[in-house]
Write a protein that binds this ligand. Structure first.
Ligand code: GYE
Length: 353
């Protein structure tokens, strides 16, 4: 109890929120800091690498005890885990939120307990950003923008890259396209948009970039927008179902690698070709080792990187907090894109995720 009050006191003194930085003081110097970590789930290779990064960073020999709780992609499980961390009196709480909404009350409870909170990977949408110390993760809108800019370049230059993008020769246009008055059906780009968990920052912003681009291009259209919940199994199921009714797609824009793998299996089953010289151009997010291999082998056209190795950045933030250094409210990790010409086998083999 004494510790509880000293935490409240020290945090009240420590939080000096000005603009987008937070100044802090070390609550107390301890031999072991307990980190309560509410993880989204284990839905993807990205997520496994992210959990691994936290486990490898917060080790006992460095003075940490990591309590990681898997929410199985369910926000209610996260709320319960965070409340348990409060009761346990952990030193820091790290949350990788499943979805953005619904965090105000529980974060207010954490603030009342005096435990500092770090949001990792996806974001929370709360009325008061000072409810958390910092949000460390990806610039998901930039990821989406890099993807659509690449697609624009391909369609503008007509650079085959992965085979002609658009309706390929000999392909039968759908009735819908033929009826589309005044449009040249050979120029219409039909995009199958495979979305991640609805309401997750990674979904919202990767989707926003594509929706804006479709809006801006008269000849880009959605074949469909379907949710694969970031898993290979769900993506296989929904893409198989979709392809049983319509196979006229030119581009697959898939909001993570594992859904891409499920969609590739569904396209294989449906006899739809993709990659170099194939019907469908694939854009995928994460750039995990397996996806990069498909890219080098010519099956995937573009991998947009999303870096899961966030443990060291979270640790740095915690030590900044303990040392009273200023902390940025938002920290983005640097990321890039890959096409086959950017890749070598050595690079892929040495990639840690
Ligand atoms: O792209 C996906 C994971 O939020 C960045 O979640 C993360 C996303 C990532 O399941 O593979």
């Amino acid at each position: 109890m004494r510790r509880f009050f000293s935490l409240i006191l020290s945090t009240a003194i420590a939080f000096n929120i000005a603009g987008c930085t937070v100044q802090n003081a070390d609550p107390q110097d301890k031999d072991l800091y307990v980190i309560g970590f509410s993880q989204v789930g284990s839905e993807s290779d990205w997520r496994i690498a992210n959990s691994q990064s936290m486990i490898e960073t917060f080790t006992e020999d460095k003075g940490y005890e990591l309590r990681m709780v898997n929410a199985r992609q369910n926000q209610d499980n996260q709320l319960a885990a965070v409340r348990t961390f409060i009761l346990e009196g952990v030193d820091f709480i790290v949350i990788a939120p499943v979805v953005e909404e619904g965090w105000d009350s529980v974060l207010a409870e954490v603030r009342a307990s005096g435990i500092p909170v770090i949001i990792m990977d996806r974001s929370v949408s709360v009325s008061d950003n000072s409810l958390y110390l910092s949000n460390i993760g990806s610039d998901f809108l930039n990821q989406g923008t890099m993807a659509v800019e690449w697609l624009e370049e391909q369609t503008e230059t007509g650079d085959p890259g992965q085979g002609e993008i658009g309706l390929t020769e000999g392909e039968t246009p759908t009735e819908e396209v033929i009826e589309d008055e005044g449009s040249d059906e050979t120029d219409t780009l039909r995009i199958l948009h495979l979305q991640g968990t609805y309401g997750a920052t990674a979904q919202l912003l990767r989707t926003q970039a594509l929706e804006d681009a479709v809006e801006a291009h008269d000849n880009w259209e959605f074949a469909a927008q379907i949710c694969g919940d970031y898993t290979e199994a769900k993506a296989y199921e929904v893409v198989s179902e979709y392809l049983s009714g319509d196979t006229d797609i030119d581009v697959l824009y898939s909001e993570n690698d594992n859904m891409t793998f499920g969609a590739m299996r569904a396209m294989d089953d449906a006899g739809i070709t993709y990659g170099e010289g194939g019907q469908v151009t694939i854009i995928t997010f994460d750039a995990t080792r397996e996806a990069l291999q498909y890219c080098l082998d010519g099956d995937i056209a573009l991998c947009v990187e999303c870096n899961p190795i966030l443990g060291p950045a979270v640790e740095e933030l915690i030590s900044d907090y303990r040392n009273g250094n200023s902390i940025s409210r938002q920290v983005y990790v640097p990321e890039t894109t890959y096409t086959a010409s950017d890749l070598t086998q050595e690079f892929i083999d040495s990639r840690i995720y």
